[in-house]
Design a protein around this ligand. Structure first.
Ligand SMILES: Cc1cc2nc3c(=O)[nH]c(=O)nc-3n(C[C@H](O)[C@H](O)[C@H](O)COP(=O)(O)OP(=O)(O)OC[C@H]3O[C@@H](n4cnc5c(N)ncnc54)[C@H](O)[C@@H]3O)c2cc1C
Length: 507
């Protein structure tokens, strides 16, 4: 009963609850559970469908993208100026993007929190203040350090290269305690081993009475006398309407969609949809004489913060061979040669701790128009990252290195690599991806500088909260699921503490 599929409703649906949460991803799931723990009646409204782990375990990568990801994984951020066109992935299912993660879990780095709490004046965003939330999440999500035995040969080779260069690699922490090393986390764990929120958080929420309404697109937030009083929308596929009354509304649609909902509801201040950061990510392939079979092992197992001062985090990454093949350069014979070489290829990735160059806008379709202008500083970081990864590959003994530059043949020597970096092609030729959109409804101490207060309540409307990646005021330089959850948990606890105030306002 606790999951109601909106697409099965033949007639309009309405409900009256304490709190309605829009979005069941990393942020929304945590908020729903925290409020249910405090005894509130909570309804979660999710645009995507519910797929049980046993069901997505059997999906092919393309089926998984179609069923679990937004725009079947083909969303993009349009590059403005000399900026790569970036694919931007996000989830659209019960559990949101958390279902698609590589399971990597980081706390927000202390330096980032220091900047938030001092330069941005968000005084209670300190490592000490957030420690209890992170500690609890680490228990809830069964976060563990990845054992060395789970490293794929692909990762081992890059670690060997790093050792030779004096670059320190460290084991990652992940929320996949029973990982069997199938290397296809981004399509939903095939073994139900990843503690995405559909598996780890929402079951408890449902046990505590939370109802999840799926296939239900929230279109507007209803406001009465300056306070949010509910949401309304349509069931996907049927167009049947629903309306939920609530004393508190929490938008947790993710950084790409919360701004759309706020704007569509007429609640946008100038900052809504601005300040988007993307953690532009890229990977380098390395061809070895030995058989690497990089798919055998944890998809992600090590990282390096060695270049953090240069705005780069290195993270091991692999993906399904079919997906790799689709991204290779060349056509016909040259493409086939690379595809045949997949068993001999190792991969490693990096992401940029980026400036806020992105904007999210409503336009013709349901999906946002996302634009992103990469700063000059980040363009330097991009090519520095490519150079570092290429160096690691050659240090590990790679015969050739596949750089993430569209149309470029593999480079076969350090000299070729350095020549390329010394005189780089336009950044727009670099193949970049984003998995961590953040910051588009920024938290700030000052209504003139952001969208939500430090409590998560919007500056423009009472009783309306945002609790997802969009409130993080800057990029963080590390993977974002745990940071989003910790901030959402803090916001949820604040709502619980002051719930009577909000309920009185709504009365
Ligand atoms: C492929 C991939 C790999 C990743 N890997 C990692 C990783 O290894 N480690 C890590 O830390 N992070 C990772 N991330 C990032 C992490 O998943 C996100 O930072 C986190 O899930 C963001 O949480 P959120 O609550 O902001 O949004 P989401 O988790 O995206 O949830 C938003 C939900 O809201 C729903 N929604 C949106 N609009 C509406 C509406 N109007 N009405 C109803 N519902 C709506 C969406 O369908 C979605 O389910 C990855 C992300 C992706 C896509």
């Amino acid at each position: 009963m606790s999951i109601l599929a909106g697409k099965d409703f033949g007639a309009p649906f309405s409900a009256d609850v304490d709190v309605v949460v829009v979005g069941s991803g990393a942020g929304g799931a945590i908020v729903a559970r925290e409020l249910a723990r405090a005894g509130h009646a909570v309804l979660v409204v999710e645009e995507g469908s519910h797929h049980a782990p046993e069901s997505y375990a059997r999906m092919t990568p393309s089926e998984a993208l179609k069923n679990l990801a937004r725009e079947a994984g083909l969303g993009i951020a349009m590059g403005l100026g000399d900026t790569p066109l970036m694919s931007v992935m996000a989830g659209k299912c019960v559990g949101g993007s958390s279902v698609l993660t590589g399971g990597v879990c980081f706390r927000i780095p202390d330096e980032v929190l220091h900047a938030w709490s001092t330069a941005l004046g968000l005084g209670d965003m300190t490592p000490e203040a957030l420690d209890p939330y992170f500690a609890q999440l680490e228990r809830d999500l069964q976060i563990e350090t990845v054992a060395d035995a789970m490293r794929s040969r692909s990762t081992e080779l890059f670690v060997e290269g790093a050792d030779k260069m004096g670059v320190v690699m460290k084991s990652l922490k992940r929320n996949a305690p029973r990982c069997k090393g199938a290397s296809r986390c981004n399509f939903g764990c095939p073994h139900g081993a990843k503690m995405s929120v559909d598996v780890s958080v929402l079951p408890e929420a449902r046990d505590r009475g939370v109802v999840i309404l799926t296939d239900a697109l929230v279109e507007t937030i209803d406001v009465e006398r300056g306070a949010a009083r509910g949401v309304a929308g349509t069931f996907v596929g049927t167009g049947v309407r629903f309306a939920i009354r609530a004393r508190v509304v929490v938008a947790a649609c993710g950084a790409l969609h919360t701004p759309l909902l706020l704007r569509k509801s007429g609640l946008g201040t100038a900052h809504v949809g601005r300040n988007l950061t993307l953690h532009p990510a890229f990977r380098v392939g390395a061809l070895f004489d030995e058989r690497v079979e990089g798919w055998d092992g944890a998809m992600q197992s090590v990282y390096s913060d060695h270049f953090a001062d240069e705005g780069l985090t290195l993270v091991s990454a692999y993906t399904a061979p079919s997906v790799l093949a689709a991204a290779f350069p060349g056509v016909g014979r040259s493409h086939r040669a690379l595809v045949r070489a997949i068993p001999h290829l190792a991969f490693f990735g990096a992401m940029i701790h980026d400036d806020p160059g992105g904007t999210v806008r409503r336009w013709l379709s349901r999906e946002p128009l996302v634009t992103y202008r990469m700063s000059a500083r980040d363009r330097l970081r991009l090519f520095r990252g490519i150079e570092v990864l290429g160096e690691l590959a050659f240090a590990a003994g790679a015969r050739a290195v596949l750089l993430p530059i569209f149309g470029m043949a593999p480079v076969r020597s350090r000299a070729e690599l350095h020549a390329l970096v010394a005189s780089p092609p336009p950044a727009k030729k670099v193949e970049c991806m984003s998995f961590h959109p953040l910051g588009s409804a920024k938290m700030s101490r000052d209504p003139r500088a952001g969208v939500v207060k430090p409590t998560g309540e919007t500056w423009s409307v009472d009783n309306l909260f945002v609790a997802d990646g969009s409130v993080l005021p800057t990029s963080i330089g590390v993977n974002s699921q745990l940071p989003v959850m910790a901030v959402a948990m803090k916001i949820a606890r604040g709502i619980c503490e002051r719930f009577e105030v909000y309920a009185r306002r709504a009365a």
